[in-house]
Design a binder for this molecule. Sequence first.
Ligand code: EZ4
Ligand code: CO
Length: 403
Amino acid sequence: MKIIDARVVVSSPGRNYVTLIVETEDGVIGVGDATLNGRELAVASYLRDHICPLLIGRDSRRITDTWSYLYKGAYWRRGPVTMTAIAAVDVALWDISGKVAGRPVYQLLGGAAREGVMVYSHASGGTLAELSEDFQSHLDQGYLAIRAQAAIPGLEKTYGIAPADGKVYEPASGNMPQEDIWETSTYLDFAPKMMAHLREEFGYKVHLLHDVHHRLSPIEAGRLGASLEPSRMFWMEDATPSEDQSAFRLIRQHTTTPLAVGEVFNSIWDCQQLITERLIDYIRTSVSHAGGITHLQKIFALADLYGVRSGSHGAGDLSPVALAAALHVDLTIPNFGIQEYMGHRDQAAEVFGTAYTYRDGYMHPGDLPGLGVTFDENAAARYPYDPKYLPVNRRLDGSIHDW
Ligand code: EZ4
Ligand code: CO
């Protein structure tokens, strides 16, 4: 099972995706997602210039050995670019192994531990009334868990609000990042009212989630968590800039609102303290940014030991390959919590063929051999790379804040 080719395709079917394609001497093809939103070409180069040449001639079955070879062999540790590149290789090799075995990847990971994977969708609105309308439409689609974000009155732009034309929000287009304005006190007053409004209107049966997107200090996060307690949140996401793990000690002292973090993490070392000190309830690392299936399994196994559940990142900038890989992992682990599901733009379906299904709030990766995702290189060629940046955030005085 020698690898004879490894190539990278950067395309933009609705938004930018970097896809790794690995081919064996027997003609088996595996795919991996290497998309790092706003820094796509850095990972593409890391793969093309430094990793693909090393893969040629390697045995595709030796997944753990290849992971260690790329991680330890680089000498330089961790980092989003490196770990996204390694993740793409790892996922492609699991895909190949599944196809060779004639079994879906989840069966190689220990088999299904549940019938389906509970997912949460995104509801948003420019006003509370619009949010309610969008929330209702997600309930109508059967979602059991919904993340809610609304425009903050008095602020020009707010993170996480879908444009009027579509189902998902997008970062600004163009060759410069869009600039947002942030005011913490306005947000801190508004967020609990938004959640209380939803509970009044829709009751307590649906799981309610909210993403703070790294904008608060630990004591502000403690205050927000406490003021959200009557709304009985499923979780409060990314309350503080997440590289400071010990900040969560302070948040924990002030609230029983469950805490989730991890979408920008890229290794088990980023969450070690959070997990072993039981400072969080959900670890949100993604398969494509945290070293692939092999490394994610390790993170979730550590989390299981400390009663922390999974809640993998699944935004639209993670390609259908990443979503499929996440669903295979989700189905098998004992401490699965929830999976984010934002969906993809319609054009993505022309490039990525998927076997996963959604019904009544749950997803399933499907039973095709491997990941169950095909990648159409000809279709991808119709959607050339379209450089885009995530927005930046400034406070009222013009200083840069976390976005
Ligand atoms: O802003 O994926 O929970 N989801 C999120 C996302 C992130 C983007 C960054 O690329 O916070 O929408
Ligand atoms: Co988030």
